[in-house]
Design a protein around this ligand. Structure first.
Ligand code: CMP
Length: 143
């Protein structure tokens, strides 16, 4: 079954939005299979955002994502990568539709509430960056 990496960013953790965001993915029907509240080190942040190295916002991105705890998660379900991107909304919260997470809770791109993998390759890479195999749970969800 498809899995994706989602991360509630420091702005949303500080605004007590963890429960609100998790509830949306639970209600949708996806299954939470791993989660941890953690502070990202600078090397991990640089690895995570390696594709943005050299861009004008790279240093700000690294300092923001390491500025406080994030809530890192692995979610599982059919088409979860694309569906969760739709639920998050566009990167710039001002362009994100109302009803999406960024559209409802964000204002600016550099504090956009949540990160989600954009392809199966990045999902695999990001899950491995944050979680060991033993930390990812396997359980039935029949209700
Ligand atoms: P995220 O989905 O975590 O992936 C890369 C991040 O870079 C993105 O969310 C934004 O938070 C950030 N980002 C993208 N473009 C800009 C920009 N122009 N200025 C600041 N941050 C940006």
């Amino acid at each position: 079954m498809e899995q994706t990496f989602l991360m509630i960013k420091p702005d949303a953790v500080q605004r007590n939005l963890i429960g609100e965001i998790i509830a949306r993915f639970e209600r949708k029907g996806f299954k939470l299979v791993a989660a941890k509240l953690m502070t990202i080190s600078e090397p991990l942040a640089k690895q995570h955002y390696a594709e943005h190295k050299g861009k004008p916002f790279f240093n700000d991105l690294v300092s923001f994502i390491t500025s406080g705890p994030v809530f890192a998660m692995v979610w599982q379900g059919e088409n979860v990568i694309e569906s969760s991107r739709k639920m998050m909304g566009k990167t710039n919260p001002q362009e994100a539709e109302t009803g999406t997470i960024r559209g409802d809770f964000g204002i600016v791109t550099h504090r956009n509430i949540i990160h989600g993998s954009d392809s199966s390759e990045s999902a695999g890479r990001e899950i491995n960056l944050y979680f060991s195999k033993e930390e990812i749970q396997s359980y039935e969800k029949n209700v």
